[in-house]
Design a binder for this molecule. Structure first.
Ligand code: ADP
Ligand code: MG
Length: 243
């Protein structure tokens, strides 16, 4: 089996507000899955449940066939297999670019400084940021910060990369460079789950598109299924609004 992540009957409530209602989703190795949907439909909560930044109320999350919600499962270990890129970059502002890409490798993965540096620089090269290793985040543009955040996540050699609207905090002129970086990654065979409102990106890069509405997966399919032949009225309505 090539399935890496298998979400089964996932539910999440905040108090009485049920934000995720019976979500079922599998992600195979090398797949690029994009999640689209209106604000408030539960996209971020789903990503945050997958990497356990939020604790699901019910359901299972299988990582390579093991339920990570089972008592005794090593969560720190699980988290190192998932890389996360946030809307707001979340770089360590007191560290320079290189240090940002080293810290997790040194503290969590216990790599030697030499090895960590080599891996960090390789990943910074991949995102076109190797020239900036001494810069502090405050000296970088939003697009550059986001590319460093991607390099930092990649430096942990994750099995799956999760992106939560990585371009929505950027000035319009920065969006393209980040999307181009993500497109390159998708072509390297990296497994990616991407929440995005960049419909052209979703259409071009996804193997599968998931449309969420009010806490459920209302429809999923190939980019062609969703963007050209949507079946559900609410998918059509959403696309009509955003395209
Ligand atoms: P999306 O990412 O699709 O915009 P979210 O997953 O952020 O949607 O939010 C879905 C719903 O969950 C919203 O109604 C939001 O107010 C609620 N929600 C998200 N996080 C929390 C939280 N930590 N506490 C309470 N409610 C939350
Ligand atoms: Mg969100």
């Amino acid at each position: 089996m090539n399935t890496i992540i298998d979400v089964q009957h996932l539910k999440k409530s905040f108090g009485k507000n049920e934000v995720l209602k019976d979500i079922n989703l599998t992600v195979d190795k090398g797949e690029v899955v994009t999640i689209i949907g209106s604000s408030g439909s539960g996209k971020s909560t789903l990503l945050r449940c997958i990497n356990l930044l939020e604790k699901p109320t019910d359901g299972k999350i299988l990582y390579k066939e093991e339920n990570v919600l089972e008592k005794g499962y090593s969560l720190p270990n699980y988290r190192t297999h998932l890389g996360m890129v946030f809307q707001q970059f979340n770089l360590f502002n007191n560290m320079n670019v290189l240090e940002n890409c080293l810290s997790g490798q040194l503290t969590v993965l216990k790599r030697s400084k030499e090895e960590a540096r080599e891996i960090a620089i390789k990943n910074l090269e991949n995102v076109g940021m190797a020239r900036y290793i001494d810069a502090k985040p405050s000296q970088l543009s939003g697009g550059q910060k986001q590319r460093v955040a991607i390099a930092r996540a990649l430096s942990m050699n994750p099995d799956v990369m999760l992106f939560d609207e990585p371009t929505s905090a950027l000035d319009p002129e920065m969006v393209g460079e980040v999307l181009a970086t993500m497109k390159n990654l998708a072509h390297t065979g990296l497994t990616m789950i991407v929440v995005t409102h960049e419909m052209a990106f979703a259409k071009e890069v996804s193997d599968r598109v998931i449309f969420m509405d009010k806490g459920v997966i209302a429809e999923e399919g190939t980019p062609e299924d969703i963007f050209v032949h949507p079946k559900e009225a609410r998918t059509k309505e959403f696309l009509h609004r955003v395209l």
